[in-house]
Ligand binder design. Structure first.
Ligand SMILES: Cc1cc2nc3c(=O)[nH]c(=O)nc-3n(C[C@H](O)[C@H](O)[C@H](O)COP(=O)(O)OP(=O)(O)OC[C@H]3O[C@@H](n4cnc5c(N)ncnc54)[C@H](O)[C@@H]3O)c2cc1C
Ligand code: FES
Length: 274
């Protein structure tokens, strides 16, 4: 049979976790391929998730490649496809094609300290690389997570964050004061400036809203991080995911194929279209 890159593999939803409620809900979906599973991904890669009759959306794979039992996606409800996903139940079937993109060069980072900086749903791509580094703990130096959301109720992976605090340094923040909150109050870039992660032998990965990334990079530069030490992801709107349709371009770059992971050294030289 002819191979068609646009045909998704069918996967069953085996677990759904409500991460965040309210007006910007986020759910994590664990999925299992129905037929033979030859899908293997690198951390930072994404997949096109499809819902029959609704369409497709590009979503980061939030589980580590070290986890073989399931593939996890953590999804903010936005529009047609993500709303349909949020209405699904355990046992429902979705389509998955991919994996797409370049992924984080985590093998090159062996022996270095890793500083992860995330905002909101931006923790999803970080979660994959962070858990991969945790799974190969002896390969890396200090692991630090600086993560924030609008309110404590908007923090994803809340239960896992409590466990993570027992293993690595975790600095959390919320945007505005709230009763009972004992950690940092303010935006994520301000928390970076406050906690002063050292650039010495370090790589930093930052994912979140573009405005957050912009000011996190500024804060990191002020702390002495070089452009080559800063990695981020660009989440331009995508359609094909395979460098064919021209939907995701930055200049001649296809973000779906050449990205979405870039070092700041690479990204700052691209046209400012993202
Ligand atoms: C590489 C990559 C990784 C991503 N990873 C995740 C993830 O892990 N979890 C997650 O929840 N979302 C992720 N997204 C965003 C996700 O693809 C969109 O939110 C989703 O496609 C919206 O589809 P929809 O049909 O629900 O909304 P639509 O009906 O298509 O759109 C609803 C609203 O969302 C806006 N929108 C759609 N796509 C994007 C986009 N890419 N960026 C900004 N605004 C957008 C539209 O302009 C519109 O205002 C990722 C995007 C990319 C490109
Ligand atoms: S999404 Fe089609 S070229 Fe990138």
């Amino acid at each position: 049979m002819d191979y068609n890159v646009y045909i998704p593999k069918l996967a069953k939803i085996i677990e759904i976790k409500e991460e965040v409620g309210g007006s910007r809900p986020i759910k994590s979906f664990r999925t299992h391929f129905i037929n033979k599973n030859d899908f293997s991904h690198r951390c930072g890669q994404s997949a096109m998730i499809s819902v029959l009759g609704k369409g497709e959306s590009m979503i980061s794979i939030s589980s580590s490649p070290l986890v073989k039992d399931y593939l996890q996606f953590s999804i903010l409800k936005m529009g047609r496809v993500t709303t349909a996903l949020h209405e699904m139940q355990v046992g429902n079937v979705i389509g998955i094609r991919g994996p797409y993109g370049n992924g984080f060069p985590i093998e090159e980072w062996k022996g270095k300290n890793l500083v992860f900086i995330g905002g909101g749903i931006g923790l999803a791509p970080i979660w994959s690389v962070l858990n991969t580094a945790l799974g190969k703990r002896e390969d890396y130096g200090d692991l630090i997570l600086i993560y924030g959301a609008r309110t404590s109720k908007d923090l994803v992976f809340n239960d896992e964050l409590k466990e993570l605090k027992k293993k690595i340094t975790v600095f959390l923040s919320v945007d505005v004061e709230e009763e009972g909150w004992k950690e940092f109050v303010g935006f994520v870039p301000q928390n970076v400036t406050d906690k002063k992660p050292s650039p010495k032998n370090s790589i930093t990965v930052t994912c979140g809203p573009p405005i957050m990334i912009k000011f996190v990079i500024k804060a990191l530069k002020d702390l002495g991080f070089e452009d080559e030490q800063i990695y981020t992801t660009v989440e331009n709107k995508m359609k094909c995911g395979i460098g064919k349709c021209g939907r995701c371009n930055i200049g001649k770059h296809y973000v779906c194929k050449d990205g979405p992971v870039y070092s700041w050294a690479q990204l700052k030289n691209l046209p400012q279209e993202y």
